[in-house]
Design a protein around this ligand. Structure first.
Ligand code: C2E
Ligand code: MG
Ligand code: MG
Ligand code: MG
Length: 283
């Protein structure tokens, strides 16, 4: 392509760009090896019921800890994993591991909780998603009602007709389904009504300034009442202070997730937390 446009285009390739390309390639090859090297870890963030203050579910969040490097946050490597298609095998590992950990928790004698796994576009488009989920459930013996999938609003709205078909198949298997980052995409309400979805997750960008920014408060209230009128429950993510918590409770939000209650935790710390049977102080 550069050739077609002529040699003058060469001026666009600055040393800084060259460095970025090199960094990307390095990251990509490290990412390719990460699965084999066992460098991925799942952390779990509790979801808390806003009436009882009790933990009612978990979200699995992927972490990459290269043996010879710093922790890489999901925001850095998931887009790259998506572009390269590596998200498909990585996502399979996430599904399997989350189901296996859930069984482990049962064996450790802690209460059984639904565990939610994030699914990205590249995975959602593959016909293999249904098979991967079946395999993960079969090989771990986890009951399908204990597995939830989180799909972003922009993902399901990209191709709603196709999404409805795949969601219905997953629903028939007995899974829970949630729409993540709700409010950031452009939902068609008529499609939303047809999605066999259990839960809406209010995006954390609306939660952040919920007490101070009237627009965020309006959106959060609207999502809560929309979800409820469609028969869905509503959870707020990124809750980090009591002002946000008070707003959410006053406005009838069902559940919360956020640093106020707990950071995402490694599985051993999660088990200790569950054993201590904590409740959220409502103040
Ligand atoms: P998400 O699914 O919307 O996850 C919520 C993010 O908010 C997580 O970031 C979580 O650690 C963070 N968070 C939780 N509580 C708070 C809080 O009180 N304040 C703030 N500021 N943040 C909070 P994380 O773990 O960095 O994950 C980022 C995104 O990466 C996720 O957004 C999800 O879209 C994606 N992701 C994570 N794990 C997976 C995975 O296994 N597969 C796929 N496909 N995507 C994943
Ligand atoms: Mg999520
Ligand atoms: Mg989210
Ligand atoms: Mg998000």
């Amino acid at each position: 392509r550069a050739k077609e446009k002529g040699r003058n285009n060469f001026q666009f390739y600055t040393p800084a760009m060259n460095q970025r390309v090199t960094e990307r390639l390095t990251l990509e090859s490290r990412l390719r090896q990460a699965l084999l090297r066992n460098e991925f870890v799942l952390h779990y963030q509790p979801k808390v019921d806003l009436k009882s203050g009790r933990i009612v579910g978990l979200e699995a969040l992927l972490r990459w800890r290269p043996s010879n490097g710093e922790m890489v946050p999901p925001s850095t490597f998931i887009p790259l994993a998506e572009e390269t298609g590596l998200i498909v095998p990585i996502g399979e590992w996430v599904l399997y591991t989350a189901c296996a950990h859930n069984r482990l928790m049962l064996q450790a004698g802690v209460q059984s909780l639904q565990v939610a796994v994030n699914i990205s576009a590249r995975q959602f488009n593959t016909e293999t998603l249904v098979h991967m989920v079946k395999d993960a459930l079969d090989s771990t013996g986890l009951d399908s009602s204990l597995l939830e999938l989180e799909l972003t609003e922009s993902l399901v709205m990209q191709n709603p007709e196709e999404a409805i078909g795949l969601l219905a198949q997953l629903k028939d298997m007995g899974l829970r389904l949630a729409i993540d980052d709700f409010g950031t995409g452009y939902s068609s309400l008529s499609h939303l009504q047809r999605f066999p979805v259990d839960r809406l997750k209010i995006d954390q960008s609306f939660v952040r300034d919920i007490g101070a920014d009237p627009n965020d408060a309006i959106i959060a209230r609207a999502v809560i009442s929309l979800g409820h009128s469609l028969g869905m429950s509503v959870i707020a993510e990124g809750v980090s202070n009591y002002e946000q918590l008070a707003f959410l409770r006053e406005n009838g939000c069902d559940e919360m997730q956020g640093f106020l209650f707990s950071m995402p935790l490694p599985v051993d710390e999660l088990i200790s937390l569950l054993r201590s049977n904590p409740t959220l102080a409502m103040h």
